[in-house]
Design a binder for this molecule. Structure first.
Ligand code: FMN
Length: 197
C-alpha cells in the first residue's frame, strides 16, 4: 500500500508536526510512505490566469504534474492541517485548487460531473483552537467534513474514511496530545490491517 501524507503546517513544534511524524513512522514498514510537506517545499498555491486557461488545453504545470503522480500512486491519503478561519490554510487550499484539477480529479461525463480518483481512501486530520462543544452547537464539525472532505476529495470520487478533529490543541498538555495520537494510530493499524486481510 502507498500512504501519501499531505502536510500543511508552518511550525516545527506544532501538534500537526508531531502527528505527521508519528503517522509517517507508524505506517512505514511494509507500506511505502510519501510525505508532501507543503511549506518546506514552498509550494506555490496560486492558480493564476495562464494556468487556468492551460487546463482547458490539457497543459499541466510541471510542479502540479509531480503532485498528481504522487496522488495517483496513493492508496491512502492523509491530510494533516490546522483549522484556519474555519477552513484549510491557504497553502493547502491552493494545493487542492491546482492539483485536483479538471481532467485529473474530475471531469464532465455523460451523467454530469464524474470523480476520477475512485478507490482512494482519504483521512482528514484537523487540529483546532476551539472545543468540540463550541462547534457542535452549530453543527459545524459535520459541515467541515462536508466542505473540507466530501465536497473536495469526495467530489473527486475518493472515499472519506474518517475526519479526525483535535480540539483545544493550543492548551493541550503533552499527555492529551499523546492520547489523541495513540487513538489515531490505532485506527490506522486497523485500516492497514483490514486492507492486507
Ligand atoms: C490564521 C489562524 C486562523 C485560525 N482559525 C481558527 C478557527 O477558525 N477555528 C479554530 O478552532 N482555531 C483556529 N485557529 C487556531 C488553530 O487551529 C490552532 O492554533 C492549531 O490547530 C493548533 O494546532 P497546531 O499545534 O497543530 O498548530 C487559527 C489559527 C490561526 C493562526
Amino acid at each position: 500500500m502507498t500512504h501519501l501524507i499531505i502536510y500543511a503546517h508552518p511550525s516545527e513544534n506544532s501538534f500537526s508536526k508531531m502527528l505527521m511524524d508519528e503517522l509517517k513512522q507508524s505506517t512505514n514498514g511494509t507500506n511505502k510512505v510519501i510525505v508532501r510537506d507543503l511549506y518546506s517545499m514552498n509550494f506555490s498555491p496560486v492558480l493564476g490566469p495562464e494556468e487556468l486557461a492551460n487546463l482547458k488545453l490539457g497543459i499541466v504545470a510541471s510542479d502540479v504534474k509531480e503532485e498528481q503522480d504522487y496522488v495517483q500512486e496513493a492508496d491512502v491519503i492523509s491530510i494533516v492541517y490546522p483549522l484556519w478561519w474555519a477552513s484549510f490554510p491557504a497553502i493547502l487550499k491552493g494545493y487542492i485548487d491546482r492539483v485536483f484539477s479538471y481532467g485529473f480529479g474530475y471531469k464532465a461525463g455523460e451523467k454530469g460531473i464524474e470523480g476520477l480518483l475512485k478507490e482512494k481512501k482519504v483521512l482528514l486530520h484537523t487540529s483546532m483552537g476551539n472545543s468540540i462543544d463550541d462547534y457542535q452547537k452549530n453543527n459545524l464539525l459535520q459541515n467541515f467534513t462536508f466542505t473540507q472532505g466530501e465536497e473536495v476529495f469526495g467530489f473527486c470520487g475518493m472515499q472519506i474514511i474518517k475526519h479526525f478533529f483535535y480540539p483545544q490543541i493550543i492548551n493541550a498538555e503533552d499527555e492529551e496530545k499523546n492520547h489523541f495520537i495513540n487513538d489515531t494510530l490505532n485506527f490506522y493499524k486497523d485500516l492497514f490491517q483490514s486492507a492486507v486481510n
